[in-house]
Design a protein around this ligand. Sequence first.
Ligand SMILES: NC(=O)c1ccc[n+]([C@@H]2O[C@H](COP(=O)([O-])OP(=O)(O)OC[C@H]3O[C@@H](n4cnc5c(N)ncnc54)[C@H](O)[C@@H]3O)[C@@H](O)[C@H]2O)c1
Length: 442
Amino acid sequence: MRISVIGAGYLGLVTSVSLAQIGHNVVGLEPDRDRAEQLKNGLLPLYEPGLKGLMKTNMNEERLSFTHDRTQALNDTDVIYIAVETPLLSNGRVDLTAVEQASIDIATTISQPVIVVIKSTVPLGTLTNIEKLMKKHTKIPFQMVINPDFSRQGNAVHDTFYGDRIVLGAVNDQAANVVEEINIPFQIPIFKTDISSAEIIKYASNAFLATKISFINDIARLCENAGANIDDVAFAIGLDDRIGRKFLGAGLGYGASFFPHEVAGIEQAAENVDYRSSLLESVLRVNNNQHSVFMKKAKEVMDGEFLGKKVALLGLSRKPKTDDVRGAISIRIANYLLDLGANVTAFDPKAIPNAMKVLPEEIEFASTIEEALIDADVAFIMTDWDQFKDLPLSKYEELMNRARIIDGRNCYPLDYVRNYKIEYHSFGRPPVWIEEESELKQ
Ligand SMILES: NC(=O)c1ccc[n+]([C@@H]2O[C@H](COP(=O)([O-])OP(=O)(O)OC[C@H]3O[C@@H](n4cnc5c(N)ncnc54)[C@H](O)[C@@H]3O)[C@@H](O)[C@H]2O)c1
């Protein structure tokens, strides 16, 4: 089976590499000549754990190649995966320009019947529109299959090989069977359904997870008002296996992942079929409010005094184990801190090069966590990288001008923090104060 993958970004590369790894011959299309050249030399233009080694192995074994030449990639192939970006527009709608362009590229390039597999996350109804668009540009028959991707950025390689299910949506059983055949070596349960159901499965799965996160953040605010501890509350409610412990971590919310895009997508889908989800509107509202809750807390802690203060901003990527900063809450917070007159020094294990492209030049970047903390008046934890969780808390005491942490990800257990002279504020849990400075030590 000859397979081509359009899009050599996070999803496209994981898709190409993993399909090659299970034995298929795969060509990845990367229109940018320099980036294609980089890939041909085995250089990964992004960070995704485990991907680089697998990419090299499959290139060496000649199952995987990359080209910038559309004709070479699409003209002589059986199955074409579309894995291009579908960003969220400022009006909250999903931008389908790249998916539409990729479909036109396919329609105007193919010389024989193909199966087109949509892997990008698209709103309900997109496949029908894409099919119509392609038919305008080609008389060659093609079949469409939707194969939504459930992998988590930062764990995408693991999730692709050890996922819970592979979902395929198609009108044509024969096309679905071909894509099923391609996926059998993953040894993951494959579920075939109609196109609309497959589109909704992807959105509904992520909207459900987003709902759990907004739910626990709502309860965290209740805990703060009531003087309770969200760690205990989440632990105990998670023991009920109808609820489960996962996705019950309070903090800055999911703004740093794909969920806003997907919750917005289901709202867009709901609009298209004349249904409005008041539940998901609330999920979005709670989440969008989390960074304001964080900044309100930060202003209270700092008595509104940010002018000339050094803030160590720990974590820039939208979640741990990725260098992706698209939609990251840290970017918004960094800009906000600059507006308040703070001196911001940021550190991230992987995302600094990408953050530098989008942050103003007044932001300083540190090459280690320790460098970011030196003489800082406060540390903001924005991403729960293991490097931050594993940092001995004594470092905050030793290095900072004042050992004060505002933790947007609840990285440290309160009992652990209480062993140090650190002022510590987190979500849904009582603050920990330094004894000499306050009688409020918990
Ligand atoms: N990143 C993830 O872990 C992940 C997980 C699940 C789903 N998704 C979904 O996957 C899709 C892609 O996301 P991403 O993060 O990989 O985006 P990305 O921006 O990293 O990659 C998109 C790539 O497609 C390329 N591209 C765009 N138009 C093209 C065309 N006409 N021909 C060839 N290449 C083209 C771009 O140059 C870019 O390299 C989105 O719909 C996203 O919601 C991503």
